[in-house]
Ligand binder design. Structure first.
Ligand code: UT7
Length: 334
């Protein structure tokens, strides 16, 4: 690979992919003791998209399509990429990485390819890593993907978890830019692993936290202390956005869009309230897609991008939190 000087970074294109199949609140109410009213009030969700496994859909295909769409939007070929970073906690195989299979499917070899695990923070983690690798001068173009098929990881007899999640993929293609002021102005990647028992997917009983009896949910499905995560997220969203503004000297007025992980509409609303973020600057699509873990921020970014709500020169703030527990922010001059 050629040696480059440190550079700026540009988002050359965005993409996403959502399954056709809808799972509505009424569908869930037919499967478990819940109601459309409870789910809407507590989460803001009306429906979510889920894979149709009978039609051969998979997490891998969803992720692949999102990057294919981002490449088309960037008017680039997969062979133009130096690197693919794919974030997910619901990939079926760990060897090879799903990123390697995506690279092969799209024809990106010999681009580097690896998977990254940061649960719902996955897209922002991948974006930050990809941006830093281009900025360092070592890479010219990186495809980043956040994709989770949470329907394959929830136990549909556990109402405290099943109502929240859906399946989507979001992707972006990042490229080197001559303007060093373009790209990520500030980024954070954080985790507090001591809080892992709040949200985890055990393979077998040895993965259960000390003192936790098997709740009866299937192994390989998500266990979540919803109240604990909720408390954490409400404080963290506010702090992370405030930190991003303080560090960059930007005010709320200076920011075109706050692109937040779609965890629960009440969590986002609480941050809006505490920080005085206006409605038109905080995109919300959780009503239609639920909480799609690593897919959520990338899907929001793509929808805002395609709707022309993010323009060249705009400042945007992306934030997410999730299992780990992890959290991350990314402030961009697009
Ligand atoms: O993306 C990162 C990962 N996760 C999150 O962001 C999740 C954060 N947490 C949440 O979004 C919320 O905690 C939930 C949506 C998961 C739950 O909402 P909540 O307002 O925290 O409900 P809760 O767990 O405090 O439960 C309140 C009541 C309980 O009944 P009692 O004990 O008051 O009689 C639950 O048994 O609601 C009951 N409940 C339900 N009722 C109807 C719990 N789940 C349901 C349900 N339908 N699906």
């Amino acid at each position: 690979m050629d040696v480059f000087e440190p550079s700026g970074v540009r988002i050359a294109g965005c993409g996403s992919c959502v399954p056709e199949k809808r799972l509505t609140n009424d569908d869930l109410a037919g499967m478990m003791d819940t109601s459309d009213e409870w789910i809407r009030q507590r989460t803001g969700i009306s429906e979510r998209r889920i894979l149709d496994l009978d039609k051969g859909e998979s997490q891998f295909l969803l992720a692949t399509e999102s990057l294919r769409n981002a490449l088309a939007d960037a008017d680039m070929q997969a062979s133009d990429l130096d690197l693919i970073i794919h974030a997910s906690v619901t990939s079926k195989m760990t060897c090879p990485s799903t990123a390697c299979r995506i690279a092969a499917e799209l024809g990106a070899e010999p681009a580097g390819a690896f998977d990254l695990l940061a649960a719902c923070s996955g897209f922002v983690y991948a974006l930050n890593v990809g941006e830093a690798m281009i900025r360092s001068g070592r890479y010219r173009s990186v495809g980043v993907i956040g994709c989770d098929a949470m329907s394959t990881a929830v136990d549909y007899s556990d109402r405290s978890v099943a109502i929240l999640f859906g399946d989507v993929a979001g992707a972006a293609v990042l490229v080197r830019d001559e303007d060093p002021h373009r790209g990520c102005l500030y980024q954070t990647l954080n985790a507090d692993g001591r809080m892992w028992p709040s949200l985890y997917i055990p393979d077998d009983e040895s993965d259960l936290p000390v003192g936790v009896e098997d709740s009866g949910s299937r192994m390989g499905t998500l266990r979540m202390d919803g109240r604990e995560v909720y408390k954490f997220a409400v404080g963290k969203f506010r702090d992370v956005i405030q930190d991003a503004l303080n560090a960059t000297g930007l005010t709320v007025d200076d920011v075109a869009q706050f692109v937040c992980h779609q965890s629960n509409v009440r969590i986002i609303a609480s941050a809006m309230d505490k920080l005085g973020l206006p409605k038109e600057k905080v995109y919300i699509n959780i009503d239609k897609y639920g909480n799609s873990s690593a897919g959520s921020v990338g899907l929001c970014l793509d929808q805002l991008w395609k709707a022309g709500k993010i323009k060249q020169g705009d400042a945007i703030v992306l934030v997410a939190f999730g299992g780990g527990l992890t959290w991350a922010s990314s402030v961009w001059r697009v």
